[in-house]
Write a protein that binds this ligand. Structure first.
Ligand code: ADP
Ligand code: MG
Ligand code: MG
Length: 251
């Protein structure tokens, strides 16, 4: 589904190279964890996948279902099913969460050339997804993210993900860390959305998220490169020994 080949990318503003020859393949159905010390380029990688304009790819390619996405803008990538969960969720005063979801879903349908959802169809879908994620209806009537607790923001984000039915989900968990309830919400959401035609990249500094999401593959990102790949055992090894050994071997 995703093939990143010898990717080099830099910050557009000052030319600093952050991604330095990164290779990564993620298959449909797979949950891939990308781990690495702070400052490795994990968040940068997620922004580049989403198509943010403040980074420039200077070499290599990103293939999504066999086609390069480098020339696509963020909206085009989203319409093809690439979803980046926000690290810092936007607060949208005055717009009920429900209304926001309707606009987001219909925008995406428009981009895919599909008809707008009827109101009953929309409500049915939201109710189903909300129930699955244990989100109560009252939350859906509140303005998106305004005054939401950390856990509620995570639920809202996972709900967006569930409703937009992405094919490639990228979740970047901040280094600041989530409390255990928020971690479980994210994990339950990812696990509930697991399907043979969907892939998820879970970016995390900590192994603890992986106590709840069992990844199929684990990749260590360091200084803009994947320096080691393995299965879940690699995450456990990292928890035990830290990154130093693997970094040393790669050097
Ligand atoms: P991680 O998510 O692994 O902690 P980041 O991708 O946030 O790493 O950052 C990688 C490196 O790139 C860091 O040294 C960071 O300071 C730098 N960096 C990323 N984006 C920018 C930017 N827009 N401007 C300046 N420096 C940046
Ligand atoms: Mg960081
Ligand atoms: Mg980061």
């Amino acid at each position: 589904m995703l093939e990143i080949k010898n990717l080099h990318a830099r910050i557009a503003e000052d030319g600093t190279e952050i991604i330095r020859g990164l290779n990564l393949t993620v298959k449909a159905g797979e949950v891939a964890a990308v781990m690495g010390p702070n400052g490795s380029g994990k968040s940068t990688l997620s922004y580049i996948l989403a198509g943010r304009q403040d980074y420039e790819v200077t070499e290599g390619d990103i293939l999504y279902n066999g086609e390069s996405i480098l020339e696509l803008d963020p909206a085009e990538r989203a319409s093809k099913g690439i979803f980046l969960a926000f690290q810092y969720p936007l607060e949208i005063p005055g717009v009920a969460t429900m209304q926001f979801l309707k606009v987001a879903m219909n925008e995406q349908r428009k981009a895919r050339g599909e008809a707008e959802l009827t109101t009953p169809d929309f409500i049915r879908r939201v109710k189903e997804a909300a129930e699955k994620l244990k989100i109560d209806q009252a939350m859906l009537r509140r303005p998106l993210n305004v005054g939401f607790s950390g856990g509620e923001k995570k639920r809202a984000e996972i709900l967006q993900m569930a409703l937009l039915e992405p094919k490639l989900c990228i979740l970047d968990e901040t280094d600041s860390g989530l409390d255990i309830d928020a971690l479980k919400i994210v994990a339950d959401g990812v696990n509930a959305l697991k399907s043979p035609d969907r892939a998820t990249i879970v970016i995390t500094h900590y192994q603890r998220l992986l106590d709840y999401i069992v990844p199929d593959t684990v990749h260590v990102l360091y200084k803009g490169q994947i320096i080691r790949s393995g299965d879940k055992a690699l995450a456990l090894e990292l928890e035990e020994n830290g990154y130093a050994d693997i970094i040393g071997e790669a050097a």
